[in-house]
Ligand binder design. Sequence first.
Ligand code: BTN
Length: 243
Amino acid sequence: FPVPLIHISETNSTNSYLQTFCAKEKTEEFTTVAADYQTSGRGQRGNSWESEPHKNLLFSFVLFPEFLEARRQFLISQIVSLAIKEELDTYTDDVSIKWPNDIYWKEKKICGILIENDLMGRNISRSIAGIGININQEEFHSPAPNPVSLYQITGKQYDIYEVLKNIMLRIQSYYNQLKKNDTSSIVAHYEKSLFRKEGMHRYKDADGEFLARIVCVEPEGRLILEDEMQTKRRYMFKEVEYL
Ligand code: BTN
């Protein structure tokens, strides 16, 4: 396997497991924890992440990106999203990255990412990225967050560790690029891969609903939209909703 892999059958959350693991012993970069089942998988905004046992990829890995300033931490999110998107592209069309870092197939969510960074002064001392990708699950019981699995898309079952291996290879390659500060192609690929990159779509912010198009994503991760009046609107995470 391309990275140190810890396989566990059950844990509360692979992110929490890896945090505890790193606190106890010196941990190699890219150490990955994969679980068959999580009893309290964590999502963004305090949501939970549901997955049937043995069906899907539930994993976390650790980076020590001390070279990266905290204000550029969105780059971690971008390389992880891109690596997953590009791997999923090899199985199906219509995969995109829904800003900031959900992976979508058409209008449905196939993968969620939860990145937890520790800062040391101005830089990032540790980054734990937790990823849930719906692979072989045949049906979902809770309608939120509009889930879909690779099986539902293609009618095929997959070796989840093969998918994990390929994703980690892609992440390693993007991470090397990041280390060389070669970020312009990362940002360009990310923008090109965005969900709703083309055309006007409905959004909602604190002031209400509006139609807008995506202009770009700023280095700090802000989404820039342009509404029908050609007014630019800038949003940090959670400040705008896709309708
Ligand atoms: C989201 O879209 O809300 C993020 C979901 C992240 C889920 C993954 S599953 C593996 C890792 N462990 C967790 O507890 N969460 C992440």
